[in-house]
Design a protein around this ligand. Structure first.
Ligand SMILES: NC(=O)C1=CN([C@@H]2O[C@H](COP(=O)(O)OP(=O)(O)OC[C@H]3O[C@@H](n4cnc5c(N)ncnc54)[C@H](OP(=O)(O)O)[C@@H]3O)[C@@H](O)[C@H]2O)C=CC1
Ligand SMILES: O=C(O)C1=N[C@H](C(=O)O)C[C@H](O)C1
Length: 266
C-alpha cells in the first residue's frame, strides 16, 4: 500500500476535525500539512486537543503547496476559499478531494478545464455519505415517473450556502430525467416573498436552517392520489468519512474531474 501524503484545509472545522481522525487512523494516510486561518508555522501536535501529528500549519495556501510535497488536498472550508484552494492544488500538481460546497456552475467548469489542462484527477463530492448518495439516486429514478417534486433540505444554522450542495446535485440529477414543467397553480402568488422556495426549472427547493440540525433532506414527489417521500438524515459527521477515504484512494487513479461520489461507488 503506497502512502498518500495529504494536505488538509480546514482542520479546526466540524468536518476538518473528523477528517483529522480519519487520517490519523488510516495506516497509509499521512498528514503532511494543514491550511488554516490561524496558527501559522505551528505544528498540529502543539495545539491543544488536536491529534499528535507532526504536520505544519500554513495560513498562506500558496506557500503550503510550494513547500510541502503532497499527493492530495482535502478541502473542507468555505465556498470562495475552497475554490481558491482547489485551483492552487491543481496548479501545483496536487489532486484535490473537495467536500466544500457552494461552488458556482462557472467555477465547476473552470475547475474541469484546469483538470484537463493539468491531466490530474480531482473529486468534488457535494455529499460523502453513502446514504445521501443513494437518496439522490433514488430521487432521480422516481423523477422519471413523478415530475412534480419539491426538495426540502435542512441544515444547522452555521451553514453558509443555500441551497445545500446536496440539494443542488439532487436537482441536477432529477433534471436529467424529469420533463420540465412549472409546478403548482399557474396563477399562484406569494404574499410573502420566498414562500414557495427557489424555482429550479419549475421544481421547488426549500432550505431550512436551525440549531440542532446536522444535515437532512427530503425529496417529496406528488402524483394522482399519492405522494412518495425519499428522506436521508445525518446524525453524525463520521457518516461522511468512508466517502472521504474512498475519494482520497481513488483520486490518485484519475485524470478527470469526478463530480459526485456515486461515480466512484461500485
Ligand atoms: N461533501 C460533504 O459530504 C460535506 C460537505 N460539507 C461542506 O464542508 C464545508 C465545511 O463544513 P463544516 O466543517 O461544517 O464548516 P466549519 O465552519 O465547521 O469549518 C470550516 C473551516 O474552514 C476554515 N476556514 C475558513 N476560511 C479559511 C481559510 N481562508 N483558510 C483555511 N481555513 C479556512 C474555518 O476557520 P474559522 O473557524 O476560523 O472560520 C473552519 O475551521 C462546507 O462547505 C460544507 O458545506 C460539510 C459536511 C459534509
Ligand atoms: O454544511 C453541511 O453541514 C453539509 N454540507 C453539504 C451540502 O451542502 O450538501 C453536505 C451535507 O449536507 C452537510
Amino acid at each position: 500500500m503506497n502512502t498518500v501524503k495529504i494536505i488538509l484545509a480546514g482542520p479546526r472545522g466540524k468536518m476538518g476535525s473528523e477528517a483529522l481522525r480519519l487520517i490519523e487512523k488510516t495506516e497509509n494516510f499521512e498528514l503532511v500539512g494543514c491550511i488554516d486561518r490561524k496558527h501559522n508555522g505551528m505544528k498540529l501536535k502543539d495545539l491543544e486537543g488536536f491529534p499528535a501529528l507532526d504536520a505544519e500549519i500554513y495560513t498562506n495556501a500558496e506557500e503550503a503547496f510550494q513547500k510541502v510535497d503532497a499527493d492530495v488536498l482535502i478541502d473542507l472550508t468555505s465556498p470562495e476559499v475552497g475554490y481558491k484552494h482547489t485551483r492552487l492544488a491543481l496548479e501545483n500538481g496536487v489532486r484535490p478531494v473537495v467536500g466544500t460546497t457552494g461552488f458556482t456552475k462557472e467555477q465547476l467548469v473552470e475547475i474541469e478545464s484546469l483538470v484537463e489542462q493539468k491531466e490530474l484527477g480531482a473529486v468534488i463530492a457535494p455529499n460523502f455519505a453513502v446514504g445521501a448518495v443513494l437518496m439522490m439516486q433514488f430521487s432521480k429514478w422516481a423523477a422519471k415517473y413523478f415530475p412534480d417534486v419539491e426538495i426540502i433540505e435542512k441544515h444547522h444554522d452555521q451553514k453558509l450556502d443555500a441551497p445545500s450542495g446536496t440539494a443542488v446535485k439532487t436537482s441536477e440529477l432529477i433534471k436529467e430525467v424529469r420533463e420540465a414543467k412549472n409546478q403548482g397553480h399557474p396563477d399562484e402568488k406569494e404574499t410573502i416573498q420566498g414562500a414557495r422556495g427557489a424555482n429550479d426549472d419549475g421544481m421547488r427547493i426549500h432550505s431550512i436552517r436551525l440549531p440542532g440540525l446536522i444535515a437532512h433532506q427530503e425529496v417529496i414527489f406528488g402524483g394522482t392520489g399519492q405522494t412518495l417521500t425519499i428522506k436521508h438524515d445525518t446524525y453524525h459527521r463520521q457518516s461522511f468519512m468512508s466517502g472521504v477515504k474512498l475519494a482520497v484512494e481513488q483520486v490518485q487513479k484519475l485524470n478527470v474531474l469526478v463530480y459526485g461520489l456515486e461515480n466512484l461507488l461500485e
